[in-house]
Design a protein around this ligand. Structure first.
Ligand code: FES
Length: 116
């Protein structure tokens, strides 16, 4: 196990294309809201901040995917982000990217690095 990892949730909690899990991530000495989702079997995590107006993406806590389950959607103005890269593919911040958070899955859990 790497030094500063923290358990976010169990692997079983993250269903492919289902609800995400919100958590706080430490960045540059501060704490930011973040989330992790499972998409095409892999966990992906990002700072929970839309690149349009810095609002959190989920209107209902944990509800990040659009109806097609192909994109992450900002509930405020409907920007769509690719779940695997964080790239905005549609909406007012087209071409911008969500800020990634490093996570890994092992031993039945999803872990994040405290400063990554
Ligand atoms: S704040 Fe996210 S699309 Fe406008």
């Amino acid at each position: 196990m790497v030094g500063h990892e923290r358990l976010i949730c169990s692997s079983a909690e993250l269903v492919d294309g289902g609800d995400g899990v919100r958590f706080q991530v430490t960045r540059q000495g501060g704490s930011l809201p973040a989330f992790v989702v499972r998409w095409r079997a892999m966990p992906y995590a990002y700072v929970n901040e839309c690149q349009h107006q810095s609002t959190e993406l989920d209107w209902n806590a944990g509800d990040f995917f659009d109806e097609s389950k192909l994109y992450l959607m900002c509930a405020t103005h409907g920007a769509l982000y690719d779940p695997g890269s964080g790239l905005c593919v549609s909406g007012p911040c087209h071409g911008a990217r969500l800020t990634p958070v490093k996570v890994c899955e092992r031993d039945g859990g999803i872990f994040c690095a405290e400063d990554g």
